[in-house]
Design a protein around this ligand. Structure first.
Ligand SMILES: Nc1ncnc2c1ncn2[C@@H]1O[C@H](COP(=O)(O)OP(=O)(O)OP(=O)(O)O)[C@@H](O)[C@H]1O
Ligand SMILES: [Mg+2]
Length: 439
């Protein structure tokens, strides 16, 4: 992509409304634009990151055996009356009336709708286990939307819903999501800690919140330091096998959010030097809640014994749009964002230090073509800005690599390659650059 034909509206000034670094950087780097309180437009760079995160989540859901669907954002209020949540959900739910005076809600979550879909088609235990998920916009009329997309009102969530015959198999479904979450977040370059958590308004028996540790997190969390370095299950992990040991290994170490924290237990179970009390950003949550929805909504399946039982359910959310901000909180410096490679909006930035100079333009054009042919997404700064502004802009938007091409280097046949994260610079020939990135 040529920057001159693209749309990256960088801000010179630090926006005063932004209180945390990710929000500041997302505005300054032209990733998002606020359209109303807690409601954002995604600009090209931000949108590319959002799509990459979404794709990683999708791949890990699919790997774990979940099946993608797409449910609408608008739901009939009657569904919510069936579960009893219409009144319970309160003012966070956006209620809408259509021209026929029919009541709708903009979905804050989809337990009711997915249960409705399930009960319409699935009648026998033979169709289980089943896990249906979608990646769809949600609306929650948060009292205090803040910190940009971290706590928005309209936000993108992946929500999966599992259906099983009994508790034992539901537990296996829960474990599959737990492991898929560890893998998905790890692929985004994040360290996340599953914490015992309150089940909140969704209700239920078993739940973990996945937290990114960061000072700016909204949750107070307590954990055993040893959890931080625990290895993440590899791509080859067998989702058909028993995942309980992986979940148990982590659950054996103390980690809890403030809602369920027990200081006495914390002190008894964790040696002092391993006790960590810090802030966390909740990027995902897994719930097992049994028959909470299937009973009132009459979603039953016939078991092997011929008896009908309410299906056992769980739900599993990931804050896809919040993750964009969480990754920035975890990965930035004074100059700007430092994208982990798997979620970066482009693989590398190509900087032309003297646009208009025939030789430099030609060298950049060749590099751009070769790198693109090698499958790399290149953001080519072909604008007439001065070098200082170009460097600052590239650092701000935080692509993992910068390839800098100027007349002086070209005289020696060299261009400069800079690693955004380490700042390390190398001088290479154009061919070497292409070979390096083609790998
Ligand atoms: N207002 C929001 N803005 C952005 N992401 C959100 C918001 N609310 C929830 N999420 C994301 O969706 C995921 C699943 O939703 P869940 O129902 O667990 O949220 P929640 O527990 O109410 O979140 P929180 O405690 O942060 O309000 C959360 O783990 C979080 O990552
Ligand atoms: Mg939650």
């Amino acid at each position: 992509m040529r920057l001159s034909r693209y749309f990256v509206p960088l801000l010179k000034e630090t926006p005063s409304e932004a209180q945390i670094v990710s929000h500041r950087l997302m505005l300054r780097a032209g990733l998002i634009r606020q359209e109303a309180a807690g409601i954002y437009a995604w600009l090209p760079l931000g949108f590319r990151v959002l799509r990459k995160i979404e794709q990683i989540v999708r791949e890990e859901m699919n790997r774990a055996g979940a099946v993608e669907i797409l449910m609408p954002t608008l739901q009939q209020s009657d569904l919510w009356r069936e579960s009893g949540r219409y009144d319970a959900y309160g003012p966070e739910m956006l209620r809408i009336t259509d021209r026929h005076e029919r009541e709708l809600v903009y979905g804050p979550t989809n337990e009711e709708m997915v249960t409705e879909i399930f009960r319409a088609y699935v009648k026998s235990y033979k169709s289980l286990p089943l896990n249906l998920y979608h990646i769809q916009w949600k609306f929650r009329d948060e009292v205090r939307p803040r910190f940009g997309v971290m706590r928005g009102r309209e936000f993108l969530m992946k929500d999966a819903y599992s259906f099983d015959l009994d508790q034992a198999t539901a537990r296996r479904s829960y474990n599959r999501m737990y492991v898929a979450y560890l893998r998905a977040f790890d692929r985004m370059g994040l360290v996340t800690i599953p914490m015992r958590a309150d089940t909140g308004p969704i209700g239920g028996d078993l739940s973990h919140e996945f937290h990114v540790l960061a000072d700016t997190g909204e949750s107070q969390v307590y954990l055993d330091r040893n959890l931080i370095d625990m290895p993440v299950p590899p791509e080859t992990i067998d989702f058909g096998g028993d995942l309980d040991p992986i979940v148990q290994q982590r659950s054996a170490l103390y980690a809890a959010t403030s809602d369920v924290h027990d200081q006495a237990r914390f002190e008894a179970e964790v040696p002092e030097e391993r006790r960590m009390s810090t802030r966390g950003i909740e990027v995902g949550q897994v719930f097992y809640f049994g028959a909470k929805y299937s009973t009132p909504m009459k979603a039953t399946v016939t078991g092997p014994d011929g008896k009908d039982v309410p299906v056992e359910m769980g739900s599993y959310g990931i804050g896809v749009s919040r993750l964009v901000a969480a990754i920035i909180e975890a990965s930035h410096d004074d100059a700007g964002i430092i994208w982990p490679e798997p979620v970066a909006p482009f693989d590398l930035g190509l900087v032309n230090l003297k646009a208009g100079d025939a030789k430099t333009d030609a060298a950049c054009g060749d590099l751009y073509a070769s790198l693109t042919r090698a499958g790399k997404d290149v953001l080519y700064d072909d604008t007439a800005e001065r070098p200082g502004a170009k460097f600052a802009g590239m650092d701000l938007i935080g692509l993992p690599w910068q390839v800098v091409v100027g007349p002086r280097g070209l005289e020696k046949g060299l261009v400069e390659v800079k690693n955004r994260k380490t700042g390390a610079k190398e001088e290479l020939s154009a061919d070497e650059v292409v070979n390096r990135f083609a790998k």
